[in-house]
Design a protein around this ligand. Structure first.
Ligand code: HEM
Length: 351
């Protein structure tokens, strides 16, 4: 098929050919790149822009969190989406774009991978995202796109979302391509080529999800995209967290994600991290685009929203050990953050 103009010059280049022929790492094996805590620290963005953003207000997306008590522990939680809201762009875009550019330049193998089965869908993603951004005036006549980079990377740089391409092949919906700069404690190369059940295997009570996601994807139609939202509480604001849960037992890595200081009156050092996830069936290739927009705010924003603090603590308290173990990579969440949330919910000062 014809490439969009912006990428035409790549079609015959050795670089493009190499990428097409690159064989995937064996599914489910250890990542080709090992990480340590210093890597997370090296790419940790500044906290101030995100603290400033929420100095006088709580994020409106707190109202979109699905704070339900278990069981069930995992819900589909999908809502229909209009094309207007496909992506949400905010004033952090330039700042995050510079971090994503740095990551793709310096750690490309960690943030980007496309199997041959997803190349065509990657081009379709680029065309659709470019069309969406152009229609909203986000790309002007002088904007350079297709600067020798892969279409999926170029699409991801136009918005603030990480982009994953799912293909149905060999009986499963599989993660065949992705540009993911802000993974929330997982590694792209551990998941590449895997189906939904295998990808979600570390999730507490993952049996609730497995076949439901495949069935949901089968039923999806182009033109009917959906969104859902998740939530986690982390003692770091770092967006780039390419750490597998299996590696969390090593001291240096658990140090990265464990609060080593007592919790402050404002809940520091904890952060709320939430992904606004959208799912879109692509009309031409039939692949599914899973877009992940990661949003963070210091937990101090909950001082303005004690109702949300109550919802979070009630949900956490309804979980069994399996779910707690999955969600609480940092054991201090249980011993210090939950008691703090309870005091916020009841309006009592911490003793
Ligand atoms: C409607 C579709 C989906 C549902 C209902 C769903 C649900 C979940 C849930 C409940 C979790 C546990 C963490 C959390 O609370 O969010 C999770 C984790 C995760 N999901 Fe999904 N998910 C869906 C689609 C996808 C897709 C398309 C991908 C493709 C990349 C994906 C990749 C992941 C990964 C990598 C994790 C972390 C797993 C780990 O800790 O190793 N999910 N998902």
């Amino acid at each position: 098929m014809a490439l969009p103009d912006a990428f035409a010059e790549n079609s015959g280049s050795p670089h493009f050919a190499t990428r097409r022929q690159r064989s995937p790492p064996p599914a489910g094996t250890v990542s080709i790149v090992e990480f340590d805590a210093s890597v997370v620290a090296e790419y940790r963005q500044r906290a101030e822009p995100y603290i400033d953003m929420w100095r006088d207000a709580a994020p409106s997306w707190l109202d979109e969190l699905e704070l339900a008590t278990a069981p069930p522990y995992n819900r589909m939680g999908t809502h229909s989406l209009t094309v207007e809201d496909w992506f949400q762009i905010d004033e952090r875009q330039e700042y995050e774009r510079s971090l994503r550019l740095r990551l793709v330049d310096e750690r490309k193998n960690d943030v980007f991978a496309v199997l041959p089965t997803a190349e065509d869908a990657a081009i379709e993603v680029f065309e659709l995202v470019r069309g969406w951004a152009t229609a909203r005036g986000l790309i002007g006549p002088s904007t350079v796109v297709g600067d020798g980079r892969h279409p999926l990377v170029e699409a991801g740089l136009l918005v603030q979302d990480d982009l994953c391409i799912m293909n149905r092949r060999d009986g499963h919906w599989r993660l065949d391509g992705a540009f993911v700069c802000f993974p929330s404690v997982w590694r792209l190369h551990d998941k590449l080529g895997l189906g939904m059940a295998a990808i979600h295997q570390p999730v507490g009570h993952h049996d609730e999800l497995e076949s439901r996601i495949d069935r949901f994807f089968d039923r999806m139609r182009a033109g009917n995209p959906v969104w859902r939202r998740n939530l986690s509480l982390k003692p770091t604001h770092a967006l780039f967290l390419p750490i597998s849960k299996a590696m969390m037992t090593s001291d240096s890595l658990s140090a990265t994600l464990s609060a080593t200081v007592p919790i402050g009156e404002d809940g520091s050092p904890y952060w709320i991290r939430s992904e606004r996830q959208t799912l879109t069936k692509l009309p031409r290739t039939g692949a599914i685009l899973f877009a992940i927009r990661t949003q963070i705010a210091p937990v101090s924003v909950l001082l303005r929203r004690p109702d949300i603090a109550e919802g979070i603590v009630t949900m956490y308290e309804s979980w069994d050990e399996e779910m707690m173990a999955f969600k609480m990579a940092d054991p201090n969440v249980r011993t210090s953050l939950l008691p703090w949330l309870r005091t916020v919910a009841t309006g009592q000062p911490m003793s």
